[in-house]
Write a protein that binds this ligand. Structure first.
Ligand code: AMP
Ligand code: ZN
Length: 475
């Protein structure tokens, strides 16, 4: 498989330290708010990669942290802990919101058919491991204590900024507003490994350490958690592109300094999901969630389908129009699969030939949109029903769109009268609302169109936009 590597800036052959085994690490969510659909784009694409490696025969061990301490509101070391901000917003304790938003994250993942990683580790359960790593870095001369904090000394490295040759535009997203100079640092690029001092004295979670009572920096979390579960040689590290700098740069610096050898040769970064008005941001509270999409009548798997149709290395602009198109295409796809009769024996030769289109697409830098095209090629192919259904089930091990299950549901629930015996007054109201929504859309008044969809959803009416117009179901 060829997979783009942010470290080398080329599509590299994917190879692992131990053949057939893949130690994979994913930066997990910062659980101070709901995950937005941008975050979830990253987790969907990582899920596809994880599943494709398994499909390809790798024994994958995927590890993910949960950031419940240490991620400051600026990715540099000066802001307030995001968790504390979240707790204050909701008048709860940090651990209460951590639990609530961790559960919410996994519930969203389940709706999107994202597999839970083999190991999920909250940062707060690994404090001894962080302390051990910081002690090791101090002992080796890669860290220093200044004004109460422990810093990593980037000047001790032969090479820092390993991602800095990357397109400036891609890395820009990692540079946050509100960065202030920390005068205790010896070098501008040094970063905090352990905090005991900050402007924000009300930090809720603190632990005893050789340097005083304090809390870990965000970067050390991922290095130490990966080391604990993936061992000294990591094969693949994933995250959204904003994590490339400074977070991943700092992970590499401290891991390699601590281990004394190269750590992770392959870095997989997903470009951002944006809206027409710009970047989606958890911290500003302006974002879309899976629950919001559901309340508007969308099946979460339509969002997964929407994401699969574009390449992970291109930024993706979200719009309801785009999602509506994906919903229509997804419904048609399920209808077509539902109409396939399970006839004949699986034709092994045709199976292998058609599978090639799918594996070639994914072997070429995880080209999911071409993999979806390979699925349509199966529908069009001149082969029997049993072969088609076997291929669809096979591809869905990676695509995870519940294609066979949804087609089965569709076969068992034939199209009914959408109003299903509802009274004439209700039907007239619904139809008037649909007409008003269509007019609002024509005038590009999407806010009003969304509002109408919301009102209908609240009354249990689900809209489906098709090429022929909008249809609906009640209840
Ligand atoms: P966070 O919860 O902020 O720590 O982010 C969780 C994951 O989502 C990280 O891998 C981020 O890089 C990624 N991410 C953040 N914003 C976006 C976005 N708009 N589109 C795609 N991925 C994102
Ligand atoms: Zn991380």
């Amino acid at each position: 498989m060829k997979l783009y590597n942010t470290l080398t800036r080329t599509k590299d052959d994917f190879v692992t330290h131990t053949p057939g085994v893949c130690n994979m690490y994913t930066c997990g969510p910062t659980v101070y708010h709901f995950a937005h659909i941008g975050n979830l784009r990253s987790y969907i694409m990582e899920d596809v990669l994880d599943k494709y490696l398994r499909y390809d025969g790798y024994d994958v061990k995927r590890v993910m942290n949960i950031t419940d301490v240490g991620h400051l509101s600026s990715d540099a070391d000066t802001g307030e802990d995001k968790m504390l901000k979240g707790a204050r917003r909701e008048k709860k304790t940090v651990m209460e919101i951590a639990q609530f938003y961790t559960d919410a994250f996994f519930s969203d993942c389940a709706k999107l058919n994202i597999r839970t990683p083999d190991v999920v580790e909250p940062a707060t359960s690994c404090i001894p491991e962080f302390i051990e790593m910081v002690e090791g870095l101090l002992a080796k001369g890669y860290a220093y204590v200044a004004e109460g904090n422990v810093y990593f000394d980037t000047s001790k490295l032969p090479e820092y900024y390993v991602f800095n040759k990357h397109d400036a535009e891609d890395l820009e997203v990692g540079v946050r507003e509100g960065v202030e100079e920390d005068t205790a640092k010896r070098n501008k690029s040094d970063f905090v490994l352990w905090f005991t001092k900050s402007k924000f004295e009300d930090q809720e979670l603190k632990w005893d350490s050789p340097w005083g009572v304090g809390y870990p920096g965000w970067h050390i979390e991922c290095s130490a958690i990966s080391l604990k579960h993936n061992g000294e040689y990591l094969d693949l590290h994933c995250g959204g592109i904003d994590n490339a700098f400074p977070h991943h740069t700092n992970e590499i610096a401290q891991s390699e300094a601590y281990l004394g050898h190269k750590w992770c040769p392959h870095w997989f970064h997903i470009l951002h999901l944006n809206t027409n008005s710009g970047k989606m941001s958890k911290s500003t509270g302006e974002f879309l969630t899976v629950s919001l999409l559901e309340s508007k009548g969308y099946d979460p798997l339509v969002y997964r389908f929407f994401c699969l149709q574009s390449h992970y290395r291109k930024s993706l602009v979200f719009s309801y129009e785009g999602l509506d198109n994906a919903a229509v295409a997804f419904k048609k796809l399920i209808d077509r699969i539902a109409s396939i009769k399970n006839e004949g024996e699986v034709d092994a030769e045709a199976f292998e030939n058609l599978k090639k289109g799918f594996t070639e697409a994914l072997d070429n830098d995880l080209n999911t949109s071409l993999a979806v095209t390979a699925l349509y090629d199966v529908l069009k192919a001149n082969v029997n029903g049993a072969t088609k259904l076997a291929l669809i089930a096979d591809f869905d091990r990676v695509l995870s769109l519940s294609l066979i299950e949804k087609a089965e549901e569709k076969r068992n629930a034939p199209e009914e009268n959408p109003a299903g015996g509802a009274d004439a007054e209700l039907v007239a109201w619904i139809e008037a609302m649909i007409e008003e929504r269509a007019a609002a859309k024509r005038e590009k008044n999407y806010a009003r169109a969304d509002e109408i969809r919301g009102e209908l959803t609240a009354k249990g009416v689900t809209l489906k936009d098709t090429k022929e117009g909008t249809t609906y179901t009640i209840g």
